[in-house]
Design a protein. Sequence first.
Length: 297
Amino acid sequence: MKIVYFAKHDSGGNDDEGAISYALEYLGHSVIKFQEYQEMAMQQCSGDLLLCHLLHDLKCLERVAVPKVFWCFDCIISADPFLRERSEIRSGWIRELTRVCDLGFCADGDWVSQDDTGKLYWLTQGADERVVGKGIAGSQKRIPLLFTGIKQGGGRQRVSWIEEIEREYGPYFLHVEKGRYGRDLADLIARTDLVLAPDSPATDRYWGNRVYNVLGFGGSLLHPYCAGLAEQYFNGDDLLFYSGREEMHNIIRRVLDRPEQSKEMTSHGLRKTIQSHLYRHRCEEMMQVVKEKLRVN
């Protein structure tokens, strides 16, 4: 299949678009890449399918004759009142995008569950198989607890979570907001006893790509319990789940006392990710739905 792919290509960092292009080509498809800002090129492009993520010129997109599919990674609606305005903007945009496109895939399963168009499917993100694998710890000082992520990204609840971790664990906790990706991030995780995931935003049907990145680099991950995620990874074998902050602290203290125990999970989580949770697996699922629903070969 010839796929015309409008995305933020060659941006460096956490290169989801590159991972998806690689996965689609691995599966035997031809990928024609355009940058998201090249929206006028949509009128001249030809292919079997158009794939996009964050296009906003929906009038231009609406005029494209080939079948159109989008894949949205973001949480659409957040319960955090500090994110209400952002949620309203996202929900309005994605409703219009759904109207314009033939199919949509969303990492936010809560949004998909309330869909009444019949166009949306729940599809989480995955690990980039071009860079998966354990990092190199080297001789640098070990990191007991690590969080990588923007402080304001999850609203007030995320901020309070980070501040609580900082108060409780002080020098044992390292917060890296941005700038560590790929093998550089893998090496950082290799020095870490336990990578922490915040309790916002996370629901039974939504979690961030942090899961696949950390486990895909052979990290030990403590994550809020999500029913859907528990179907992908086993608690205690592949990663650790917590339900509420009290349980989170109990687990953290246990790991700080015996950090070698968390390392027993790293091979399990990495192996499970490579077997079932690469972007290649997600793209294979997406393209199967596309073929069945849009009759595109």
